[in-house]
Write a protein that binds this ligand. Structure first.
Ligand SMILES: Nc1ncnc2c1ncn2[C@@H]1O[C@H](COP(=O)(O)OP(=O)(O)OP(=O)(O)O)[C@@H](O)[C@H]1O
Ligand SMILES: [Mg+2]
Length: 144
């Protein structure tokens, strides 16, 4: 399944993420791919809102991974990972594998293209920007 949308503001990307939360079953690994400032974190913020997370989502660029408890019925936690600066080995150290394919967990990974192929994504989200405009082309591909 492929879905393509164009958003014109951060609010629209946020809303797209929020709507996406309703479609998740749990156990998904979402790879978010796209340049700096293309809207990956903005989408995760919306996703978190849709899952009923009250905390503020901040970019995990320096801590690599953050785990948030949700208020969702079946999905109990959202794991937000940022691989911008991460070699694969660090993902082993921080225990990412423990969170993958767990029915009560959704994992969202920014810069997923930088990590080893053995971390299988079930959903890929590609972000593209055009010039300096606020438009973001977002392509969602369901892989599994
Ligand atoms: N349509 C849009 N959707 C999302 N963000 C937008 C949009 N238009 C403009 N922006 C701006 O682009 C930036 C997106 O930032 P965000 O942190 O979400 O990107 P990112 O892909 O996570 O970047 P990084 O790779 O640095 O983590 C924000 O400054 C936001 O205000
Ligand atoms: Mg980000």
């Amino acid at each position: 399944m492929i879905k393509k949308i164009i958003t014109s503001s951060p609010a629209e990307t946020y809303q797209f993420g929020k709507n996406l939360a309703n479609k998740l079953k749990g156990g998904e690994t979402m790879g978010l791919i796209g340049n700096l400032g293309s809207g990956k974190t903005t989408l995760v913020k919306g996703l978190a809102k849709g899952l009923g997370i009250k905390q503020t989502i901040t970019s995990p660029t320096f801590v690599l991974m953050k785990v948030y408890k949700t208020k969702h019925k079946t999905i109990k936690q959202l794991v937000h990972v940022d691989c911008y600066r991460v070699p694969g080995i660090e993902l082993e150290t921080i225990g990412l594998s423990d969170y993958l394919n767990q029915p009560d967990t959704v994992v969202a990974i920014e810069w997923a293209e930088k990590i080893p192929k053995k971390f299988k994504m079930t959903i890929k989200l590609q972000f593209k920007t055009k010039n300096k405009s606020n438009e973001r082309f977002i392509k969602l591909i369901k892989l599994l």
